[in-house]
Unconditional design. Sequence first.
Lengths: 266, 305
Amino acid sequence: MRKLSAFNLGAIALGIAFLYLPIVILVIYSFNASRLVAVWGGWSTRWYAELRQDAPLLDSAFISIRLALTAATAATILGTLAALALVRFGRFRGRLLFAAMIYAPLVMPEVITGLSLLLLFVAVAVDRGFWTVAVAHTTMAMCFVTVIVQSRLVDFDMSLEEAAMDLGASPLRTFFAVTLPLILPAIAAAWMLAFALSLDDLVIASFTTGPGVTTLPIRIYSQVRLGVKPEMNAVCSIMVAVVGVAVIAASLLAKLGGARGGAARL
Amino acid sequence: MPMKRQQQGSVLQRLVLCIPYAWLLVFFLVPFLIVLKISLSQTAIAQPPYTPAFDLAAGWHGLVTFFSGLSLDNYGLIGSDPLYILSYVKSVEIAAFSTLFLLVIGYPIAYAIARTPRRAQAVLIVLVVLPFWTSLLIRIYAWMNILQRDGPLNDVLMALSIVKEPPAWLSTDSAIYIGIVYSYLPFMVLPLYATLEKLDESLLEAAADLGCPRWKIFWLVTLPLSSSGMLAGVLLCFIPIVGEFVIPDLLGGSRSPMIGQTIWTEFFGNKDWPAASAVAVLLVGLLVTPIVIYQNQAARAVERE
């Protein structure tokens, strides 16, 4: 019944090619032996080998991973609580403001989020560094977590919780024994998204960081501003590979766990 | 026993709500109020580089001096300096055109995906979303490789003899458009797909049975029925594009910056925090209208369901 016309097939093929070709070209160039990026000098892994010598870069990678772990975990806890409040508490007082504060950051330009958080940190005279960036990333990422977990909670079967409560489980126990395991796939997906957002962020980190804390995107940005560099092709290819493997693994996992509600929204 | 359980429940409930609420108040709302306040302050050579500073210890008198120190000077500066006005105009222009391009390119893709068999749809949607998971910085950097003067795009164009001389792509608006369309395509395709996938095919069949030509069915039935997805996609793209920083900074030229770049330069380059804050406040004002439209739209969609 559903026949695919040549036009439709062409639209899909061109669309997918457009989305993937640049990344494929980047990975191919990262194996280029020539220092001049545009001149093909044969296959080589020398840029990957040189990365191991680049201590500041490795340092930045380490900072970024630590930062993403911290921010993603904090954002997942805060965002899940917010989702529970939005789905379960009905029309509580201040709900409108709460919902606005959840949805506004989703579309807010990063320049403004970064600027406003920096001005807050300056106003309370706190030393800027790892923790200020972590707080900023948590704030930015928690709203995405809320949206994902919320979509899972909306089609949650309440009778399961009621049954647990009727059998004498306390609300806290009900949450950990019944609710949490059922929404866990969505929470895991949300954690991964928060991790990716933190690892990816340049603008907010640039505003809120302090001396000595240079995240990986800030380091890459300062290098590529001046033009393409073969070492950067290698760094970027590694990041693409890591993210690709993680996302594919996660979507397989989500499929096994039947997390269609949570993952489909993304 | 049930009494105690209920109490525990209400304390827990309060905690569940209060923790994220307090976090957002402190780290989202309060920072905004500070931006608003600093946008009304004067630049000063001090740490922090603006005046008046808010001094709670000075009591009522301090409060009076604080408010009398505020002024609208920064907004006057923005109104009188063509640099700022041009940067707003350029941001809205780039956002408007690239959103249009996104709609024209994204619609056929979303439409085609919605017409494939169910199982293929799931795979194709994952394929569309996957690039979004890799860093924006990396995706834009990939385009820097491609758009170089002696890069692959010019190689292809020369080989097909579409151009005689390799054109410069980097530092042009075309490069900004390419980068934006590339980065935001998933944000356009997903909401469009979500509405097109729900489209009732019996309506299309009915129109065809009554002798309506195919282009007319599309124009009279499909397009109007997907308007909610189009609006969602347009807003999801337009709003963030206006404030975009990384894409114009890496792919565009420095001659006429977008508003995100202007805030960045005022802040990091000129260290003019009050001016940067005022530009930011006006940008939020510019973006609030579409956000309100979107909120209303979303609320109505929820009610319909």
